[in-house]
Design a protein around this ligand. Sequence first.
Ligand code: C5P
Length: 225
Amino acid sequence: IKIAAIVPAAGIGSRMQVGHPKQYLKIAQHTILEHTLNKLTQLSELNQIVVAVSDSDEYFKTLKLSDKRILAVSGGKERADSVLNALLALNDKQPDWVLVHDAARPLVTVHDMQKLITQCVADNEGGILASKVKDTIKRGESHSLQTVPRGKLWQALTPQFFPYQALKSALQQALKNGVAITDEASAMEWAQHPVKLISGRSDNIKITTPEDYDLACFLISKQQE
Ligand code: C5P
């Protein structure tokens, strides 16, 4: 089977409040994006790794990336547009499956990615890494109106792994219909495709705020021990 990875990396990272996109912040001598790509290149299952970068990105070309499977394409306005652009770039050599993974999640383990791929391929159903919600969840604005039962709540992580054709048409249709899509699974759910929840490590955090960055520095140093 042919599997391509897609790495949306075209965000500006405004919530990080630094002068450049957060995927280019350094942790232990390497940018966050390099750490993330280093995890993906360890997967021999991948035929191609497509990175969606912004047209105004000046940093990507300065990275030293030796893996021949890596290809850069233009990102889009929202994360879903970036993923769709990468899917369309694969039109000429369509894979069977795609593994979409945020540039901002360098802490994913190779083990968790392989578990996701193996279980989805075995059952012939798409799925995502997710972790069970541990906190008590409140709904409200200035005051809590309700405590949401957490028994069936999961936090969606990436990678998210889906059949190429089904994901491409689900994203196209969902974008056309103005559906709010913050991950691939939301488009697949909307298009009524199955989305398996595969339990993954909760320290596979998305680096969004300065606090996340501090935590990621600690976690990466621990992974490198
Ligand atoms: O903004 P957020 O942290 O949710 O972004 C998740 C991932 O999507 C990041 O890796 C970011 O670079 C990427 N992204 C993108 N294109 C956009 C917006 C975000 O590829 N237009």
